[in-house]
Write a protein that binds this ligand. Sequence first.
Ligand SMILES: Cc1cc2nc3c(=O)[nH]c(=O)nc-3n(C[C@H](O)[C@H](O)[C@H](O)COP(=O)(O)OP(=O)(O)OC[C@H]3O[C@@H](n4cnc5c(N)ncnc54)[C@H](O)[C@@H]3O)c2cc1C
Length: 288
Amino acid sequence: MKAPAFDYVKPKSLAETFDLIERHGDEARLLAGGQTLMATLNMRLSQPGILIDITGLAGEAALNGIREEGGVVRIGALAKHREIERSEQIAKSVPMLAQAVPHIAHIAIRNAGTFGGSIAFADPAAEYPVCAVALNADIVLMSKQGERKVSARQFFKALYETDMRPGELVARGEFVAQKPGYRSVFMELARRHGDYAIVGVAAHAKVDGGRLSDVSLAYLGMGGIPMLAKSAMTALEGKPYAPNTVAAAQNALAAELEPNADLYSSAATKLHLARVLTGRALAALAGA
Ligand SMILES: Cc1cc2nc3c(=O)[nH]c(=O)nc-3n(C[C@H](O)[C@H](O)[C@H](O)COP(=O)(O)OP(=O)(O)OC[C@H]3O[C@@H](n4cnc5c(N)ncnc54)[C@H](O)[C@@H]3O)c2cc1C
């Protein structure tokens, strides 16, 4: 199938972009890396009247680059997956993302797809959203009226639904740089490397002599949004890494994850895989 006819415009400034968004309203769709949007257009799942190509905004500092200031790492919406994958700053200060990005599709897609596009699309099986939830990052939205900051834990509302309002775009993500004593682990299971994952876990904690605190566990592919496993986190909080604490966390998952069966895996299989990944991730976190 081919995409339906649409108009196309490539603004050179944010001001021009916001004017276009205002003028065209629901008819407009932002185009970033196109790695999701072009497929949905070709399948006619989306039929916008006009595409506003924001890749011409490379000169807008607000949407570009990876910067660390005051212990916060800012990732611009137009940063490509590959840029994040190769960033020394990310490897040092947000190691969970460095572990997660190589799982996103293939290099050709990572060369084009953007951080902002992935956050805005809010696929529950995508890697950035679950890392942002696990690390309690902020999503910064921008509109004609200025900036608005939303915690990633509040941003993802339902399947492909976010807190973004009409007239807003994703400007950047803000991640607290990993503090001394903390560790991060990202793991996922996919049928083939580069496929969207069946299940994935993003784990973060302070690790002190095998004792875990300030624990965060979030899952992809286990519900309509990235799922924060609060009961499992509580089961681990302040406890030493040991078979009984791991089992308590694994047992807590059934009550709070909401996997849907897909073409290949039943909900029960997904839950089993989540338990297995949790065991592996906690062992890696504790250095066991
Ligand atoms: C074969 C294949 C496999 C893939 N596998 C994975 C995978 O395993 N994991 C994964 O996470 N992703 C995967 N992807 C998706 C890929 O990561 C996309 O690049 C990403 O989801 C969307 O980013 P984009 O820049 O291409 O956005 P686009 O496709 O250009 O846009 C996607 C949506 O976001 C909106 N949008 C874009 N930028 C902004 C912004 N700054 N503010 C507000 N709205 C915006 C657009 O209007 C559109 O609705 C895969 C894609 C393909 C084609």
